[in-house]
Design a protein around this ligand. Structure first.
Ligand SMILES: C=CC1=C(C)c2cc3[nH]c(cc4nc(cc5[nH]c(cc1n2)c(C)c5CCC(=O)O)C(CCC(=O)O)=C4C)c(C)c3C=C
Ligand SMILES: [Fe+2]
Ligand SMILES: [Fe+2]
Length: 364
């Protein structure tokens, strides 16, 4: 029996290549409410890349305990940072994508930029469906994480591969693994700090706080820890700092296991107790401000430092949509698109029937 002709849109044969960049961030709840946060956490914490303990045990703990308790606590935190436009993580990611789009357009390059979230909305699958329906045949996946971690970067890739499982005609994908030492990223960070210091002067200590991961992942070969230290060293060098003027810490510990140390908040308290009166803190691993920077650092950690005797604490915002960072994203994308044509594609109809497909195919 002949298979039915049921082409997926678009029918790729003879199709003019069209290129897109998909900027993928972690994701955030749709609203700062308990049900929305529960939905988000269920998807996020249900990912085996994020919590690597045996499935059945973890599912029992997650659904039996964590999703009953944590959503209310987290929703209250989200409420303190929520803006009129929505969750900061999503607002900044959206702005980054729009700004990057503007750079491609200003250069006359026919590249479309979209963003997607690994957990929550818009999902990676929904954005890939849309790109495919619009005829995009080349997609560069850019995770919002400069440092590679199995818990984040690999999970974004998983979502793309998973989407591919249900498609016959796949676009040509490229993936950026990491850019923790890319000069444009380091320069954008350095500029962020210098701009802050131009107004406020220099602190006694610059703390570079990265999101933590379980220490076990380091022993299992995850390069995240090393990449954080390399970013910190390069940023310190770019700023002309000696090794005593900055330090690396890890924040956002989850659960009881040992995570990467030193932990951010206890370090800030120790610094205050040692008589360090002014600390500036930057979170180089987060490209967009979010709950972890705006609430955990700018509110909670600051309060802990001041309470322990510190006098001045400045949180230096993330790269967000700073012009230097958007230019950096452009350079990074271009490098990874090497060989892909950048000219505007000819308008070419997509086949919607077998007859049309054969006609188009014959022309090419
Ligand atoms: C449970 C384990 C977690 C791992 C491992 C983890 C790694 C990790 N996360 C980020 C970036 C972000 N995490 C954010 C929030 C967040 N992270 C965890 C847990 C783990 N993260 C939780 C449960 C939450 C949700 C908030 C809460 O309930 O505490 C965010 C902010 C999201 C937002 O909506 O603003 C980011 C960004 C990285 C980079 C990383 C590993 C390197
Ligand atoms: Fe996290
Ligand atoms: Fe947190």
């Amino acid at each position: 029996m002949k298979p039915a002709f049921n082409p997926e849109p678009p029918f790729a044969h003879g199709q003019t290549p069209r290129t897109a960049v998909l900027l993928c961030n972690l994701g955030t709840p749709d609203a700062p409410t308990v049900p929305a946060v529960r939905r988000y956490l269920a998807e996020f914490l249900g990912d085996h890349r994020v919590v690597e303990i045996p499935r059945l045990v973890w599912m029992a703990i997650l659904h039996g305990i964590i999703l009953r308790v944590r959503p209310a606590k987290s929703a209250a935190k989200y409420a303190t940072i929520w803006t009129a436009e929505g969750s900061p993580l999503k607002v900044w990611t959206d702005k980054q994508a729009q700004a990057l789009q503007n750079v491609f357009s200003a250069n006359g390059e026919a590249v479309s930029v979209r963003y997607a979230m690994r957990y929550g909305n818009p999902s990676i699958a929904s954005q890939l469906d849309a790109l495919k329906a619009e005829g995009f045949t080349r997609i560069l996946v850019v995770p919002a994480y400069p440092q590679y971690s199995g818990t984040t970067t690999a999970s974004v890739f998983d979502a793309v591969y998973h989407w591919g499982l249900r498609s016959r005609v796949l676009p040509e994908f490229r993936f950026i693994n990491h850019y923790h030492d890319h000069p444009a990223y380091i320069q954008a960070l350095a500029e962020r700090v210098r701009t802050h210091w131009a107004t406020h002067g220099q602190p006694e200590r610059l703390v570079m706080s990265f999101h933590g991961v379980p220490e076990r992942t380091l022993h299992l070969g995850d390069p995240y820890h090393c990449e954080c230290y390399k970013t910190a060293r390069l940023l310190g060098e770019a700023l002309g700092l000696s090794k005593t003027q900055y330090m690396v810490t890890f924040q956002s510990r989850f659960g009881k296991a040992k995570w990467l140390e030193p932990y951010t908040e206890p370090t800030l308290i120790a610094l205050a107790q040692q008589g360090v009166k002014r600390v500036d803190l930057i979170c180089p691993g987060f490209t967009s401000d979010c709950l972890e920077t705006l609430e955990e650092i700018s509110q909670e950690a600051q309060e802990a430092y001041l309470h322990a005797g510190g006098e001045v604490f400045h949180y230096i915002p993330c790269l967000n949509d700073s012009a230097t960072w958007v230019q950096g994203l452009y350079e990074l994308s271009k490098t990874h698109m090497g060989g892909w044509p950048m000219q505007a594609p000819d308008a070419q109809p997509l086949a919607t029937s077998r007859r049309e497909a054969l006609t188009l195919g014959a022309k090419n």
